[in-house]
Design a binder for this molecule. Sequence first.
Ligand code: AMP
Ligand code: MG
Length: 416
Amino acid sequence: MSHEHELYPMLSVEGALDKVLAMFHPLEAERVPILDALGRVLAEDVCSDIDIPPHDNTAMDGYAIRAADVAAATPDRPVRLRIVENLAAGYVSQRAVEPGTAIRIMTGAPIPPAADAIVRFEDTRQVGEWVELFGAVQVGENIRRAGEDVQRGERVLVAGSLVRPQEVGMLAALGRTTVQVIRRPRVAILATGDELVEPGEPLEAGKIRNSNGYSNAAQVSLYGGIPIMLGIARDSEHDLTAKIRAGLEQGVDLFLTSGGVSVGDFDMVKRVLAAEGEMTFWRVRMKPGKPLAFGMLKTAEGRVVPMLGMPGNPVSVMVSFEIFARPAILKMQGRTDLLRPTVEAVLMDEIPSKDGRRHYVRVRVEQAQGVYRAYLTGEQGSGILSSLVKANGLAIIPEAWPNAPAGARVQVMLLD
Ligand code: AMP
Ligand code: MG
């Protein structure tokens, strides 16, 4: 057993996640146009300086009347009122509804002075410039009151809450054009490996494409961060150190690397992390994703930036991101719902033998008659990205299970 194995005991997923999340805090606020606030967390309470709606208005197309005028109306003996005006939404009537008269009025238009009820067109009959009404109505019928949605001075949105489309609509209704939200974290993404070439480049003998940089950048974007793509570092301490320092100069909040963190001859990440700052832990009792390193990098100005050194295999790196980087990125954005919801599903395929680690198994989850069923999507090797492409969930097989028989009930993290 190497020196490192003794220094850094393998942690449980929860133990490692606790250590990671302890190093992240919500970032500062910034003011953005309200549409850009979608998916962000509010950094201010939002109060209304108006009533919504601002005036009593009609909920229906119909006639504004005085309820007292039609108290005696019946289907056989309708009451006739004279139509004195036609009022569209957006206009204010200057004219009071005198006894014996009515104003035609369209949904949303302010209630004219002295009117106290609206009768729907469907319940009336128009005869020239007269309207006939066939029954009594309640005072206030079909009237929407000023402030019934929001009252002036009311705190409508609360700092810390997530901005969804309905919050954007409310901000617009309040007349806001901008709002304060927590800024997006800047996340550096660096792939490592002498074997890597970028997607646009020719694939020479012995090379493979850098897919991790792109899957990780997509994950960063999906979870609200700004990916800072740093390309590929070669497997030398010198190049890795240079690329990390250059990345730190771009003012990042989290540094992600992939590859070079295992026990191979050219795995430099742990050594460079320790030299450029401090390594907090290495290795997590999970599969895929065991050789994960976490620590703190120091910038030239003495700022401290957390770094996750994730494994190189394309599935390992994405699962490690899901479990550790995603909650960190959400926490920096002020989110409190850091963990993905899980559903209980019946495992449809056997998972043969386990090794005391928690397994995250690529599955396709289907729901029928209220039951979720989880089917393996294929080979579970940590390099088999195609089985993650086919998956919509990760089934969580507990550490203690020696295997997982078909028919077992398991928790599944839904990925989309
Ligand atoms: P490593 O831990 O660096 O030995 O990487 C483990 C495996 O993942 C190797 O087969 C690498 O070729 C592969 N790998 C590492 N980085 C990437 C990457 N950026 N894109 C695709 N595969 C990678
Ligand atoms: Mg490598």
